[in-house]
Design a protein around this ligand. Sequence first.
Ligand SMILES: NC(=O)c1ccc[n+]([C@@H]2O[C@H](COP(=O)([O-])OP(=O)(O)OC[C@H]3O[C@@H](n4cnc5c(N)ncnc54)[C@H](OP(=O)(O)O)[C@@H]3O)[C@@H](O)[C@H]2O)c1
Length: 336
Amino acid sequence: MKVLVTGAGGMLGRDVVTVARGMSHDVVALSHDDLDVTDPSRVERTILREKPGAVINCAAWTAVDEAESNEQEASQVNAEGAGFVADAAAKAGAKVVYVSTDYVFDGTKSSPYTESDETNPVNAYGRTKLGGERATALVTKQSFIVRTAWLFGPQHENFVETMLRLGEGGGPVVVVHDQIGCPTYTGHLATGLLRLIDSSAFGIHHMAAEGACSRYEWAMEIFRQSGVVTRVLASTTEMMDDRAKRPENTALASGREAPIRLPPWQRGVADYLARRAQPPAEEHPRKRGSISRRQPVLDLRPKPEDVEEAAGQEAVPSEQEAEPEHEDRDEPGAHG
Ligand SMILES: NC(=O)c1ccc[n+]([C@@H]2O[C@H](COP(=O)([O-])OP(=O)(O)OC[C@H]3O[C@@H](n4cnc5c(N)ncnc54)[C@H](OP(=O)(O)O)[C@@H]3O)[C@@H](O)[C@H]2O)c1
């Protein structure tokens, strides 16, 4: 199938392109420079010219905190731009995937959110993404709205890279323990998205790694698997200086009869670390981007009073626990 990818230079976009090419799809990879999704006439011209069978829209404003003071600009990309892409895809007779987020939920549910749960975003980013879901669904019935969460992937700064840098820098590393979600490896999600476009299961899908954890548990797993020994201090969201409010529990599950399941999040960490250790040629040199704009801004340098407060939750992986796992590391690739 001919697959057109917008936002192809982004963290997920890159992996969608890589996986699609690996599956022998005919891929049109369009980065922000190639196609600005906020320009409706260019979007339409490009998609009608390429005549793809499916469009995977990975273009987004992902700076969660910055969206608070720039909601209109974020909305132009995440909501209006999404509508332009979906509209052009419909005119071209193509299916369209809109990648959305767990942040459309308020995080107050005590069990994982399914597709039928009510949305109620608590920050500007979540509102703009919900706008994108609606704009997409409004213009075409041949759309997949895929909500995912806590992405980490190659060649972009992300939570795993931040943890490793801070851990290798001597720590201590301070991580919130009161945000629960599903850390999802982009390589796994990309595979899921490409399976989805082969189907006609249009509508909303929750597609995130199996299982859920706190950011603190995620950090501990990263250090355990990578063998980095550092002090990890549990903190609370309140102690962070984030501008945007973060929902507390946004674990995702699917209530669909035959959902596309992704591997467990721990497997995502393992596959990511393996790829990072053995980068394929095309992923050199590692791009040092700015810190992932989607993850909470963690000022991980503890204030003295915070460390004291969190001292009861300090954890140091033992040498034995810190042994990296070597099983199932068959995914090629690298990251930076
Ligand atoms: N990262 C996460 O944890 C996470 C979690 C849940 C859902 N998601 C969703 O997953 C999708 C992919 O996210 P990601 O993490 O891969 O984000 P990303 O790395 O920030 O990639 C987004 C890409 O979109 C491009 N872009 C921005 N404005 C654009 C425009 N007007 N026209 C065309 N391209 C534009 C960006 O280019 P520039 O950088 O050059 O502007 C960037 O390459 C997004 O829809 C996001 O909302 C992400």
